[in-house]
Design a protein around this ligand. Structure first.
Ligand code: CA2
Length: 160
């Protein structure tokens, strides 16, 4: 079975590239998905890419990922800062979870600074803009030790 990665996006991320480009850039979520699909094909992994404006749906998708995915990449957006339900759901997922943010949340205002999701994540990536999705996808596959053998050892394994 191919390695399966689930990329989940929380509330308002459907507005990417449309509103507040000074914070979140001009790249749309559709363009991000296209980029992720291109990389997934190159890495030989199966990708589910989803966005919802509903916290409960995000929780349901994390539950579904227990059967459908080997790793989760999640940009919880506004749920990052308040959703105990999402944190509980992520803790019940056995594979690696990568928390992702387009902006550097540590350099943001008080409201956007304190993630309650991070303690439930294996890794956190933020501040790389839309490119962060590509990096997170690669890292998720790396954490599963499933990067193609054709890639340089430095990418597959890192320093030894
Ligand atoms: O930087 C990120 O990826 C965030 O997760 C985005 C969230 C924000 O609450 C987090 O602090 C950081 C906001 C997502 C809303 O996205 C919008 C995009 C365009 C216009 C309005 C909202």
């Amino acid at each position: 079975m191919p390695t399966r990665i689930c990329v989940l996006n929380g509330p308002n991320l459907n507005l990417l590239g449309v509103r507040e480009p000074h914070i979140y850039g001009t790249t749309t979520l559709a363009a991000i998905e296209k980029s992720c699909r291109e990389l997934a094909a190159a890495l030989g992994v199966r990708l589910a890419f989803r966005q919802t404006n509903h916290e409960g749906t995000l929780v349901e998708w994390v539950h579904a990922a227990r059967d459908e995915a080997d790793a989760i990449v999640i940009n919880p957006a506004g749920c990052t800062f308040h959703s105990v339900s999402l944190v509980d759901a992520l803790r019940a997922f056995e594979g690696p979870v990568i928390e992702l943010h387009i902006s550097n949340i540590h350099a943001r205002d008080e409201l956007h600074r304190h993630s309650i999701v991070s303690p439930a994540a294996k890794a956190v990536i933020c501040g790389l803009g839309a490119y962060g999705y590509v990096v997170a996808l690669q890292c998720a596959v790396r954490l599963l030790d499933a990067l193609p053998a054709s890639l340089p050892a430095a990418m597959r394994k890192g320093p030894r």
